[in-house]
Design a protein around this ligand. Structure first.
Ligand code: ME8
Length: 512
């Protein structure tokens, strides 16, 4: 039986600079979702990449005295390297300057033309060549020297630019009908409500080509026009799935199940993108989720950490699992969040080093010392054992429900609630005291504890993909018994375990 498919994407980032922590946050969250779905038996396709056209890129390259392509190449490499450094499991990395993407963008354009939705018109207004931007009359002013300047203080001239328009206005009713029929199309709800009121407020046609620069996908059959960067950017999601070759096996992944993006670009994904797809006669993505923004509120950054807004430095300083876990657990997904050195250290030392790491270390060391390193056979379960195992067995359903609506933090909350319970169980049962008084009972407690750690490690692995497998190694869990289907089984008593080793080190302030 073939697995159900799950296609998930991040936004594609502008490589006009190096990746920052906001980019890292988005790709980590999307990776956790992708890994969760893979572990839960889906055939996942996970796409990320870079959005390399547009004026922003042209202007940055000018400032840096580089050809635009050289700027794009340099920074796209950094984004790709970041995915590697953060243990991101993307299946593909798309750059919008690739030939496959030109083909795809021109193909969707031609379909929009065929649908009668593209027409030639003109922009007219005060234009700043230096800013490559139009200004409304009231954004300009005339200086003492008689020169009219725009909002940024650069000279403007009255300009007419020929441009193609997309008939966005035509799609207002169909978009509203789609929202009505698909109440999960956009999350969180607050973002969906903003989209709905924006569309109800009336849509005007969208300028979709530029003639003042040539760094873009050429408009087919229209010399001098390149596509407006958002037209080609959004198209990356179908390029990644093989469009326009609908016989490509990857095309089976379209429509995407989920576009994960930041809250600032919801309108592009929930209004323009579905309208383009409707025009082109293509299926619409099932869901768009706009996460919040991440802010650095850590005034007291440790000097030795340097600039921790750099995701590479952050991963280096705290470790990849700690960085990922902190961002996923601490920030309610969908809301804005902040991070600071103190918060990262407090959260990861408590949850990773202490709650799960220490529990594993203590219980497995006892098995090594007192059970000859063999996973003991449990005796009859006491009500406490039964309750503990039932709590562990209950994690999957809660996690699945949370992840069905991208409540990433709730999934991790559910797992760590059980890990906390396991610590109380272990302390309450005190197997070290049972060693002398009731060794059989000690063995049962150690077995139950090991079993709960197994389940927590399997369920948390999508968030902490480096350490969780190490915990499973310590429990001698076979490679093919590490997905969610294996949660329904139990550890096999009598299995020889490797020597225990620490998995999640405590963060200790470096000597200054
Ligand atoms: O918007 N916290 O690219 P981008 C969290 N190329 N997320 C943040 C963030 C922050 N501080 N800053 C940015 C673009 N983001 C377009 C997308 S998609 C077809 C084209 C998020 O490099 C932002 O919301 O400005 C977006 O989802 C992603 O990072 C890339 O931002």
């Amino acid at each position: 039986m073939s697995k159900p498919r799950f296609y998930v994407t991040t936004a594609i980032s502008y490589p006009n600079g190096a990746p920052h922590i906001g980019h890292a946050y988005e790709v980590i969250a999307t990776d956790a979702i992708a890994r969760f779905m893979r572990a839960d038996g889906r055939d996942v396709f996970f796409l990320t990449g870079t959005d390399e056209h547009g004026l922003k890129m042209v202007q940055t390259a000018e400032r840096e005295g580089l050809p635009v392509r050289a700027l794009a190449d340099r920074n796209a490499d950094r984004f790709r390297a970041m995915a590697g450094a953060l243990a991101i499991s993307n299946d593909d990395f798309i750059r919008t300057t690739e030939p496959r993407h030109y083909r795809s963008s021109q193909a969707i354009w031609e379909r929009m033309v065929a649908a009668g939705d593209i027409y030639l018109g003109g922009y007219e207004g005060w234009y700043s060549v230096r800013d490559e931007a139009f200004y409304a009359e009231d954004e300009t002013s005339v200086g003492a020297d008689g020169v009219r300047v725009g909002g940024q203080g650069t000279p403007v001239e009255w300009t007419k630019e020929e441009t193609y328009f997309f008939r966005l206005s035509k799609y207002q009713d169909r978009l509203l009908a789609h929202y009505e029929a698909n109440p999960d199309f956009v999350g969180p709800d607050t973002r969906f409500n903003e989209v709905i009121s924006f569309v109800k407020g009336g849509l005007t046609d969208l300028s979709v080509s530029r003639t003042t620069f040539d760094w873009g996908v050429p408009v087919p059959g229209a010399d001098g026009h390149v596509m407006y960067v958002w037209v080609d950017a959004l198209t990356n999601y179908i390029t990644g799935a093989g469009f326009p070759d609908e016989t490509d096996p990857k095309w089976a992944y379209w429509p995407a199940d989920l576009h994960v993006i930041g809250k600032d670009i919801v309108r592009f994904h929930a209004v323009y993108w579905p309208a383009f797809l409707m025009s082109a006669g293509l299926a619409l993505p099932k869901r768009v989720y706009g996460h919040g923004f991440l802010f650095n509120r850590g005034e007291k950054m440790s000097k030795s950490l340097g600039n921790v807004v750099d995701p590479f430095a952050m991963a280096e300083a705290y470790g990849v699992d700690a960085m990922r876990y902190f961002l996923l657990r601490e920030v309610a997904f969908g809301n804005d969040g902040s991070y600071s050195h103190e918060a990262i250290v407090a959260r990861t030392n408590a949850d990773l080093a202490n709650d799960i790491g220490n529990l594993a270390q203590r219980s497995l060391s006892m098995i090594a010392k007192n059970c000859e390193g063999i996973l003991p056979t449990p005796g009859a379960f006491s009500p406490e054992d039964e309750a503990m195992l039932a709590a562990a067995d209950g994690m999957l359903a809660v996690s699945r429900e949370a992840m069905a609506s991208q409540q990433i933090h709730r999934w991790l909350e559910a797992v760590w609630a059980v890990v906390g319970e396991a610590n109380r169980y272990f302390a309450g049962q005190a197997p070290w005291a049972l060693r002398k008084t009731d060794p059989a009972r000690m063995e049962t407690v150690l077995y139950v504890t090991a079993e709960v750690i197994r389940q927590a490690a399997i369920l948390a692995a999508p968030a902490i993909p480096l350490g969780a497998p190490k915990l499973l190694d310590l429990l001698a869990v076979p490679e093919d018994a590490r997905d969610f289907a294996a949660l329904g089984t139990r550890l096999k008593p009598g299995t020889a375990l490797p020597a225990p080793a620490g998995v999640f080190p405590r963060y200790v302030e470096p000597e200054t």
